[in-house]
Write a protein that binds this ligand. Structure first.
Ligand code: NG6
Ligand code: CA
Length: 509
C-alpha cells in the first residue's frame, strides 16, 4: 500500500455517531451494503410508482426504509458515476473518466482515498463484488490477464474482490477474484486487445451466423469478439474455461456477495455490490426468462430484485438486519435499446423506465442521473418515509465519515459533503446544489436545473435518447416541470447567469 495513504489510514480515529450509540442493544458499528444496479431507471423499481413492473424485494426494503425521490448519480454513464461514488471527486474534473474499455488501467489511482479506505480505516472488512468498470492494472492495454493484475481493488481499500472487469458487453468475459482471473487454464492463456483483432478469431461483424444467443442492433457496435454466441466490444482470445456464462452472472456474483456476508458476520463489513442487471447483453437465468412479459430487459429487472432479496435474506438469517445499512441505487439512468436485438423496445408496453423524467442514460436531462435510491436501516430509520432531499452518491463518503465520527484525510473526497442527516431522513433539504455530467454539465440548485449550452447532438438515434444538449442555455423548474418541457432560460436570465457563475467557480476549484 502507498505509504502516505497507509499513514493516513492508521492515524484516523473512528468512533460511533450518536445514531449508533443511542441503542445499547446495537453498540456495534453498522455493516454497510451498497447494491448498485446498472442502468436501472427511476421507474424500473415498482416502489417508485410504475405499475408495469413488480420488484417485491426492493419494495419491501423501501417500505421499511427511506425512499429518495431526488437522488442523483453525478454522471449519466457507469465509469464516471462509479468513480465519483467511490472517491467523492467529480469525475468531470478529470478527462480520463469516460466509459472505460475492458483493458483500461485502474482509473482510481492507488494514492486516492476511497469509500473502501474509509471503512477499512475504521476496522471494517471490505469487498467489491460484481461490476467494476473502473479499470484494473497500471496502464491501459498492458495488463497480464494470466497473472496478478496490479494495481487493483486491494490498493484502494478493498480486502476482497470478485469482479467483472468492465461491462457484460466488453471483453474479457471472465471473473477476476482478488486480481486474478478465475478458472484460468495456464495452457489456454488469455489475450485481450481493444486495438487489433487476433488472427484466426472470428468476429461478430463477419460471422452473424455465430451470434446464436443475441444479435447486435444494426450499426450499433458489439461486433468484435464473439463470446457465448454474443458479439462484444473488444477482441479476446483464449481463456475458454474461464469464460463466464451470461445467464449465470447474477447467480455467481450474488453467491459471492452472500458468502462474504456470511463469512464476516461477526465484525463490521462494507460490501460494494455492483450488479450486471440491467446492462446489455441482457441474458436472464432461465428461472426469470419470460417472467416479466417485457422480454429480457424486464426479466433481468426481476433478476436484480431477486439478488436484492438474497442479500436481505442472508442478513436476516445471520441476525444482521438491525445492524446493517442497505442502500439500493443505480449507476445511471435507463436505456431501452443499448445495442442488442433483445426486443426491449418492442415489448416495453406502457412501462416507463425513466419514470416521470425526460431523457435516459447518456442524457443531460434528468433521467440520465436521477436514479432510484433506498436506504434501509431498521430501528434507526423510520419505516416508509419518503424524502425529497437533494442527495447524491458523491456524498456517501463524507456522510459515512460523519456516521463513523472520523474525518477524511486532507485532500480526500474534495467534492463530497456530509449530508448524513439527509441520508437518515432527518434533513428534508440535503445539498444546496449538485453538478452532473453527461459530457455537458448541468447544475441542480434547489428546484432549478440549468444545462450549459452545448454543441453536442440533441438526440441519439441508436439508443433513441434525447441527450439534453442545446446550443441555447436551458433552465427548468423541476418542481413544476419534472419532465423538463418548458425552457425558462429566456424568462429568468439572472437565474441563468447566477447558476452559470456557480458552475464556473466550481470548475476553477
Ligand atoms: C456504449 C455501448 C453500450 C454500453 C455503454 C456503457 C455500443 C454501441 N454501446 O459504448 O452498449 O456498453 O457503452 O454502458 O457499443 S455503461 O452503463 O457501462 O456506462
Ligand atoms: Ca450503467
Amino acid at each position: 500500500m502507498n505509504t502516505l495513504k497507509h499513514l493516513l489510514l492508521f492515524t484516523t480515529a473512528c468512533s460511533s455517531h450518536p445514531a449508533i450509540m443511542a441503542q445499547e442493544t446495537a453498540p456495534q458499528r453498522p455493516n454497510v451494503v451498497i447494491i448498485l444496479g446498472d442502468d436501472i431507471g427511476y421507474g424500473d423499481l415498482s416502489c417508485n410508482g410504475e405499475k408495469t413492473i413488480h420488484t417485491p424485494h426492493v419494495d419491501a426494503l423501501a417500505h421499511q426504509g427511506l425512499r429518495f425521490t431526488n437522488a442523483h448519480a453525478v454522471a449519466s454513464t457507469s465509469t464516471p458515476a462509479r468513480y465519483s461514488l467511490l472517491t467523492g471527486h467529480y469525475a468531470w474534473r478529470r478527462n480520463d473518466t469516460g466509459i472505460a474499455p475492458g483493458d483500461a488501467g485502474m482509473i482510481i489511482r492507488p494514492e486516492q482515498y476511497t469509500l473502501a479506505d474509509l471503512f477499512q480505516s475504521c476496522g471494517y472488512t471490505t469487498a467489491a463484488v460484481g461490476k467494476w468498470h473502473l479499470g484494473l492494472g497500471d496502464k491501459t492495454g498492458t495488463q497480464d490477464w494470466n497473472g496478478f493484475i496490479s494495481p487493483g481493488p486491494a490498493d484502494i481499500g478493498f480486502d476482497y474482490s470478485y469482479l467483472m472487469a468492465a461491462t457484460g458487453d466488453r471483453v474479457p468475459c471472465v471473473f477476476v477474484e482478488n486480481q486474478r482471473v478465475v478458472n484460468l487454464d495456464p495452457n489456454d492463456p488469455i489475450a485481450v486487445s481493444y486495438k487489433t483483432p487476433f488472427p484466426g478469431e472470428p468476429l461478430a461483424k463477419d460471422h452473424p451466423e455465430m451470434l446464436t444467443v443475441m444479435k447486435a442492433s444494426p450499426n450499433h457496435g458489439h461486433n468484435q469478439a464473439i463470446v457465448n454466441g454474443i458479439g462484444r466490444i473488444g477482441y479476446m482470445k483464449g481463456g475458454k474455461k474461464a469464460l463466464w456464462k451470461d445467464e449465470n452472472i447474477a447467480d455467481s456474483i450474488t453467491e459471492h456477495a452472500v458468502k462474504f456476508i456470511q463469512e464476516n458476520k461477526d465484525h463490521p463489513f462494507f460490501l460494494y455490490f455492483g450488479t450486471n442487471d440491467a446492462h446489455v447483453p441482457r441474458v436472464p437465468h432461465p428461472r426469470f426468462r419470460g417472467k416479466s412479459g417485457m422480454g429480457p430487459r424486464g426479466d433481468v429487472l426481476l433478476q436484480f430484485d431477486w439478488s436484492v432479496g438474497e442479500i436481505s435474506r442472508t442478513l436476516e438469517e445471520q441476525g444482521l438486519t438491525e445492524n446493517t445499512i442497505v442502500i439500493i441505487t443505480s449507476d445511471n439512468g435507463p436505456v431501452v435499446d443499448d445495442g442488442y436485438q433483445d426486443q426491449a423496445v418492442e415489448l416495453l408496453g406502457d412501462h416507463r423506465p425513466w419514470g416521470p423524467f425526460r431523457g435516459g442514460k447518456y442524457s443531460a436531462f434528468e433521467a440520465g442521473t436521477r436514479i432510484p435510491m433506498i436506504l434501509y436501516w431498521p430501528g434507526k430509520i423510520k419505516a416508509g418515509n419518503i424524502s425529497d432531499a437533494l442527495v447524491s452518491h458523491i456524498d456517501l463518503i463524507a456522510s459515512f465519515a460523519s456516521l463513523l465520527q472520523t474525518s477524511l484525510p486532507r485532500e480526500a473526497a474534495p467534492d463530497s459533503q456530509n449530508h448524513l442527516p439527509a441520508f437518515l431522513g432527518e434533513d428534508p433539504k440535503g445539498r444546496e446544489y449538485l453538478i452532473e455530467s453527461a459530457g455537458t454539465l448541468s447544475i441542480l440548485f434547489e428546484n432549478w436545473k440549468y444545462i450549459v449550452p452545448s454543441n453536442g447532438p440533441t438526440y441519439s438515434k441508436l439508443t433513441n435518447t434525447e441527450l439534453g444538449n442545446s446550443k441555447e442555455p436551458q433552465l427548468y423548474n423541476l418542481t413544476k416541470d419534472k419532465g423538463e418541457k418548458k425552457n425558462l432560460a429566456p424568462k429568468y436570465q439572472k437565474k441563468v447567469d447566477a447558476l452559470h457563475k456557480i458552475l464556473q467557480l466550481e470548475k476553477e476549484k
